[in-house]
Design a protein around this ligand. Structure first.
Ligand code: ZN
Length: 415
């Protein structure tokens, strides 16, 4: 089922790969690169099996250890050097190059959005795989392993060093903790380029959406709903805040969003609650627009508190605590940046149309540090990421791995 490329297309691929190298000052059009591309197609069944196996090892965010241990073993088995798990939980394996000018991190994330106890058994119906996390990001993890194997099989020596990373903390409240640790501590000062293989398809994310996330907790004395009536209520204050937030007006461009994602409070129907909280997520492609909606949000919370306290005018007052629980910086990269051009050249070589977009991914961190970074899909067709019904269509999925290899070589260069 993986032999879906027509021979003529394969030939075109090889021919355009040479053109690519001449025009983009990139990977040499040598037989080794062709060998690596062919090998990737040949072993796509194994890549898919790896993807399934990975996915059946649970990796809720903040609990990625079991999947990390498996990747540590696999990194060692495919011959990477200095294989280790850093203090944050990232799995790291290096493939040294012949010069020290370029060090590319090729990463995929270990964590999923699914809680402990989720059934992670992958079901297969023909070309369709079903399982939570099967595309996001079991595909990326399997792809980077196959890239390492293909480089070895084709005996490709690269000029720059490639550091393979299976990182923690991409999803939700993980807040990019894995990649933050790489750039701030573990590989501080070493990384010149960063690629995250995240999810499916062949899109390139070259702009990072910034986000601010908060937990807001209203607190009060609480009491009996009848006996203590007249006292301000944290739930009522929370309701006032949600009502204000729900009426925010934000620009369509730059795309800016807000959501109260979770609320909880109270203990029983006949009590004035003593606590109520919400979690709020705000995002924007623009740092200024994000700051603006953030300021509106802060104001809404304080106004809600004031209104609820003034409404009852009770001697006992409510308080509110606003805690930042997530912060992803906005990042951007022009279309003529060499790392973006590396993706465009790989697309051309594979006969793919280049598609770009903005998103919130691990690349936000390097982008905010002005280190060239992109996030790319691992191929195939993904549906319903972050849902229990997530699926992955393997049709021509090897192209995503080939593309990852070509982009990588366009950056590090072939010796
Ligand atoms: Zn992801």
């Amino acid at each position: 089922m993986v032999k879906t490329l027509l021979p003529t297309f394969a030939l075109a691929l090889i021919m355009t790969a040479s053109t690519l190298a001449q025009s983009a000052n990139s990977a040499a059009p040598n037989p080794q690169v062709r060998r690596a591309l062919e090998y990737i197609q040949t072993i796509e069944t194994e890549t898919i099996n790896e993807q399934i196996k990975t996915c059946e090892i649970p990796a809720p965010f903040f609990k990625e250890e079991a999947r990390a241990a498996y990747y540590k073993q696999r990194f060692a088995e495919v011959g990477l050097k200095n294989v280790r798990i850093d203090k944050e939980g990232n799995v790291i394996g290096e493939r040294p190059g012949t010069s020290s000018d370029t060090t590319l991190v090729l990463a995929a994330h270990l964590d999923t959005v699914f809680p402990e106890g989720t059934d992670v058994k992958v079901k297969r119906e023909g070309n369709i795989l079903r399982g939570p996390g099967i595309g996001d990001d079991c595909r990326g993890l399997a792809v980077i392993l196959t890239v390492a194997r293909a480089l070895n099989e084709a005996k490709i020596m690269t000029k720059g060093t490639i550091i393979f990373v299976a990182n923690v903390g991409e999803e939700g409240l993980g807040d990019l903790r894995g990649v933050k640790y790489l750039f701030n501590t573990e590989l501080k000062g070493r990384i010149t380029h960063f690629i995250s293989v995240d999810g499916t398809g062949t899109r390139t994310t070259n702009a990072g959406v910034g986000s601010n996330r908060y937990r807001v907790t209203f607190k009060g004395p609480g009491g009996h709903s009848y006996g203590a009536f007249g006292m301000p209520s944290p739930i009522h204050a929370l309701g006032r805040a949600v009502e204000k937030i729900s009426r925010f007006e934000v620009p369509k461009t730059p795309k800016t969003t807000f959501t109260v994602g979770r609320i909880e409070g109270g203990t029983s129907v006949n009590s004035i609650a003593h606590t109520a909280w919400m979690e709020v997520d705000m995002r924007s492609e623009s740092a200024a627009a994000l700051a603006k909606v953030d300021a509106q949000f802060q104001q809404a919370v304080q106004d809600a508190l004031k209104e609820e306290n003034e409404f009852w005018n009770h001697e006992k007052k409510l308080t509110v605590e606003v805690t930042l629980v997530g912060n992803r910086p906005v990042g951007d990269q022009p279309a003529d940046a060499p790392i973006v051009q590396a993706a465009i050249a790989a697309d051309a070589a594979l006969g793919l149309k280049s598609v770009f977009g903005a998103s919130s991914t691990d690349s936000n961190i390097p982008m905010s540090l002005n280190i060239p970074a992109i996030t790319i899909g691992g191929g195939g067709i993904g549906r319903e990421a972050h849902a229990l019904t997530e699926s992955f269509d393997t049709t021509n999925s090897h192209v995503g791995t080939q593309r990852t290899l070509l982009i990588t070589l366009n950056i590090v260069g072939v010796k």
